[in-house]
Design a protein around this ligand. Sequence first.
Ligand SMILES: [Mn+2]
Length: 319
Amino acid sequence: MDELARAADVIAGAPLVALACHVTPDGDALGSMLAMHLLCRSQGKPSVASWPEPFEVAPHYTYLPGLDTVTKPADFPDAPAVMVTFDCGSLDRLNELAEPAREAGELIVVDHHATNDNYGTINLLDADAAASAVMVYRLAKHLGWPLTRDVAICLYTGIVTDTGRFQYSNTSPEVLEMATELSRFDLPIAGMSRQLFEEHRFAYLQLVAVVLQRAELDAERRFVATWITADDLERFGVELDEAEGLIDIVRRTAEADVSCVLKEAPEGTKVSLRSITDFDVSAIAMRFAGGGHRAAAGFTDPRPIPQVLADIRAQIPVH
Ligand SMILES: [Mn+2]
């Protein structure tokens, strides 16, 4: 039996399905997990859904259906019979929920990261899938579980965020056909787009001005980088996860092929990398115990920003 059929069998037979996604979840992590949570509920199947502390949702994602039914990580089952993880390339991205994952009877990994290390008992992986939400969509079809409008909102959020509004190279016929089907559920597309991609607090926009002003362009390497310190966040009254989309502004630099944003976080320096050529930024992220895709990757390093930036720069060849 293939992995999709095995996953569907295990989920269909589970008394309770414990769902989790990676720490500081993005639109695809939350969207794919909540879609499965709502699908379970629509089938009368008990499920819990959670992610590691900080147990918060970035302002872009607060409209997602199902957020009122999620479970704090402290209340997550210790040893679930069936657990499913979403958009999570390795166990360490689950922080405190990695322990229940290790203890789970069956661990189904639903993911599309090329760097996924196959940590499940069933690994539903497709590096060519545009989003983890695509994998959930396939799983729902295989289960024969009909979509609902709320499920469609969650799945659409996963694909529209991971394809950069259907603009990145992962925008395949499959994902566009999926969007077509989802759009039949009378989705609030304009409202979601505004909240996901357009809207920011004025304080954040002022922080962006400072951060762009200090950006460094290394013309020889075609590399652009900037950073946000804890002082910046305090000065402007901005939360770290509000700055998630900063890389999408920095990577617009015409003179750069590789772009980088570094953020000072309590656990160290959080790094986002993007590439618009064949240069594989996930290879850099892997050197620093991170992961991702060829075109988009990241990692966290305990050292301060200047040292981390110097090490990243050294990995990028001079043209
Ligand atoms: Mn994803």
